[in-house]
Design a protein around this ligand. Structure first.
Ligand code: 13P
Length: 251
């Protein structure tokens, strides 16, 4: 079975509601130019999830959130529960993004709880892994990704694992304009798949592994051509519908 091809846009803390709706509508309008084999996902800020879901209604574009709470509900001021996200009609949630690990102290412990909440509410996690520049320079990128997978993904059931997307995002390539080479991406994607196979066996061959980090129309095709790269998690270039769609044409 061929793995799902996915192009997901992580809008991060960008766009006001009206701009987000406009962006989503432009993606819908141009979607037909891209192979229907590509699954597009857009992940706007919480504040306009509803409006973006409305804007993509009737299209095959899915919507995801960028985070969810560790707990189901209750006295957790400022948090957003996975059930709330799911109730809006979101299908995905990005978890473990390096910006959340780095700036908001997310650890494997908190991520295990968030993953559990996501699954309990029928959301598909897009679980992010990736090394910092120092870790890459020290040759520790394999060990870092392995630990990030073992400490969280290894706790999933087979059924949960069958409904997981992984994103490999080297921190040194995020928002820097510096992209991993297609060879670097393939090398670590293949390694990540091996780590997954050590726990989940043949099911690892079905798990989509996306590349993220300064992915743009000019480099997407070369990266996506690699055997173990199943698409991209796009930051900056997802904020322009034309670029986001052009990345989809990389398949
Ligand atoms: P950029 O595409 O802006 O480098 O961001 C990648 C990313 O972090 C997506 O989650």
């Amino acid at each position: 079975m061929a793995r799902k091809k996915i192009v997901a846009g992580n809008w991060k803390m960008n766009t006001l509601p009206a701009e987000g709706v406009e962006l989503a509508k432009s993606v819908v309008a141009g979607r037909g130019e891209v192979c229907s084999c590509v699954n597009f996902i857009v992940c706007p800020p919480f504040t306009h999830l509803s409006q973006v879901i409305e804007a993509v209604k009737g299209s095959d574009i899915a919507v995801g959130a960028q985070n969810c709470a560790t707990e189901a509900k209750g006295a957790y001021t400022g948090e957003i529960a996975a059930s709330m996200i799911a109730a809006l009609g979101c299908k995905y949630v990005i978890l473990g993004h390096s910006e959340r690990r780095q700036y908001y102290g997310e650890t494997s412990e908190t991520l295990n709880k968030k993953m559990a909440q996501a699954y309990a509410n029928g959301l598909t996690p897009i679980y992010c892994v990736g090394e910092s520049l120092e870790e890459r320079k020290a040759g520790n990128h394999f060990a870092v990704c392995k630990a990030q997978i073992e400490e969280v993904v290894y706790n999933l059931t087979e059924e949960q694992f069958a409904n997981l997307v992984i994103a490999y995002e080297p921190v040194w390539a995020i928002g820097t304009g510096e992209t991993a080479t297609a060879e670097q991406a393939q090398e670590i994607h293949a390694y990540i798949r091996e780590v997954l196979a050590a726990k989940f066996g043949a099911a690892a061959a079905e798990c989509p592994i996306l590349y993220g980090g300064s992915c743009k129309p000019s480099n997407a095709a070369e990266i996506f051509a690699k055997e173990d790269v199943d698409g991209g998690l796009i930051g900056g270039a997802a904020l322009k519908a034309e670029d986001f769609l052009a990345i989809g044409k990389g398949f």
